[in-house]
Ligand binder design. Structure first.
Ligand code: NAD
Length: 441
């Protein structure tokens, strides 16, 4: 199959490279010249484990190409994927569909012969109808065959940091269409995954669109639920880690997404929960649980700064705080809506100076963080600090040399917002320890 992938960001590039790896002929398109130049020069512009190798191997095999020429890529394609951004619209929090609709117009002007247009971007229910309307209308105005396109919803569930594994071994693939020809094309595209026995679920287009938002809102709810239980455990002298294990072993609940921490962030959950709330209001069907999740999660960011201040007995003004981990999760360079951003701003508002280190996200974080001293490694970061705060649980932070840290810090205080250490372990190293939801009896 010949595939055009419109948008070569975290989703488009991974999906394009994986489809090429399945044996399809893929052209990844982007309007960002720097990205396309980098890719054509053999450089992958994002950090995603294994992606550089996958891209290089498929470019070498002649199955993967990069271009800014959308029309040429679309003309030759059997399937055109829209994988552009759908950020929050300024002001009201609804999904901004400008990139999606602009891409649809460009696609309409270029399609040649029966083409399946697939929205992989996360889009509110009903967007597929509008994409179809835009394309059909434009085709008719150009004197083309309006019926020669099928618009399909195929939301993406990959997680940054494990994106290739997720794409190649998904829990499920959701395909929203009632067009038989489109169904055949989608089946062919995902054939290697049928062989792996990944469940492929065909459904209506609107249902597919809503599945994506329902999934993200549910996961955000699970995280927020355990975070509130963590707050209670902290006050009531219980340990949220054990509570999470105790409830997670129940198959009806499941152990994933029950890690208490600084609140969810990233490029998806914050914007998707907000967009779902708007969709609910548009349909006069408010989502009260999601509303509470968004509010609780927002409040949590500042609460984490208060936790740091509390670890310093309220004496934070004029002190240095060292922050380990800036990206929204490990194994990515993505800083969008990272919990580190509001946390650092709140620490600075309280009068602390902040030093920071991240294994991969230093360059990206400069765009988001002001007046921060960027450091070379965890020990450089801890120099003169009165508290060390773990915000992102990168693997390399799991085995810190506490004797060395103690030697360079003003005070041996660890605030572990990801609960990667045990309080008794840190006490042995002579550190005051503050985790999340680990109440002292
Ligand atoms: P991104 O910002 O990394 O990439 C989007 C790319 O699209 C950009 O490079 C941009 O230049 C390009 N683009 C926009 N309009 C274009 C056009 N008309 N022609 C060519 N290129 C164009 O975004 P992302 O993180 O890959 O997310 C894309 C979509 O996938 C979003 O809807 C997101 O919600 C969804 N999604 C993201 C993830 C994730 O983990 N990042 C996971 C699942 C779903």
């Amino acid at each position: 199959m010949r595939v055009a992938m419109i948008g070569s960001g975290y989703v488009g590039l991974v999906s394009g490279a994986c489809f090429a790896d399945f044996g399809h002929e893929v052209t990844c398109v982007d309007m960002d010249k720097t990205k396309i130049d980098a890719l054509n020069g053999g450089k992958v512009p994002i950090y995603e484990p294994g992606l550089t190798e996958l891209v290089n191997a498929n470019v070498k095999a002649g199955r993967l190409k990069f271009t800014m020429d959308l029309a040429a890529a679309v003309k030759q394609a059997d399937a055109v994927f829209i994988a552009v951004g759908t950020p929050s619209r300024r002001g009201d929090g609804h999904a901004d569909l400008t990139f999606v609709y602009d891409a649809a117009k460009e696609i309409a002007a270029a399609v040649d012969g029966f083409t399946v247009v697939v929205t992989k971007s996360t889009v509110p229910v009903g967007t597929g109808d509008e994409v179809e309307r835009i394309i059909r209308e434009a085709r008719q105005n150009q004197g083309g065959d309006a019926a020669d396109v099928a618009v399909v919803s195929n939301p993406e569930f990959l997680r940054e940091g494990a994106a290739i594994q997720d794409f190649k071994h998904p829990d499920r693939i959701v395909v929203g269409t009632d067009d038989e020809r489109a169904r055949a094309v989608m089946t062919e595209l995902y054939r290697p995954l049928y062989l792996n026995r990944s469940p492929v679920m065909f459904t209506g287009r609107r249902t597919a669109e809503l599945i994506k938002y329902a999934a993200n809102a549910f996961l955000a709810t699970k995280i927020t639920f355990i975070n509130e239980i963590a707050d209670l455990a902290e006050k009531a002298g219980a340990d949220v880690q054990e509570i999470a294990r105790g409830i997670g072993l129940d198959n009806r609940i499941g152990s994933k997404f029950l890690h208490a921490g600084p609140g969810y962030g990233g490029s998806c959950f914050p914007k998707d929960t907000l967009a779902l709330l708007k969709t609910g209001l548009d349909h006069d069907s408010p989502l009260r649980i999601v509303e509470a999740v968004v509010a609780v999660n927002d409040n949590r960011k500042r609460a984490m700064a208060r936790k740091v201040s509390h670890a310093l007995n309220g004496d934070i003004r004029g002190k240095t705080v060292a922050v380990l981990g800036l990206t929204f999760k490990p194994n990515t360079d993505d800083m969008r809506e990272a919990p580190s951003i509001p946390l650092i701003a709140a620490l600075q508002d309280m009068g602390a100076s902040v030093r920071a280190y991240d294994p991969v996200g230093m360059e990206q974080s400069r765009e988001y963080l002001k007046n921060v001293a960027f450091c070379n490694d965890p020990y450089d970061c801890a120099q003169g600090a009165s508290a060390l705060v773990i915000v992102t649980e990168w693997e390399q932070f799991r085995a810190l040399d506490f004797a060395r840290l103690k030697g360079v810090m003003a005070k041996p205080v660890l605030v572990d917002l990801r609960n990667i250490y045990r309080p008794d372990e840190l006490a042995r190293h002579g550190f005051a320890y503050e985790g999340v939801g680990r109440g002292k009896k």
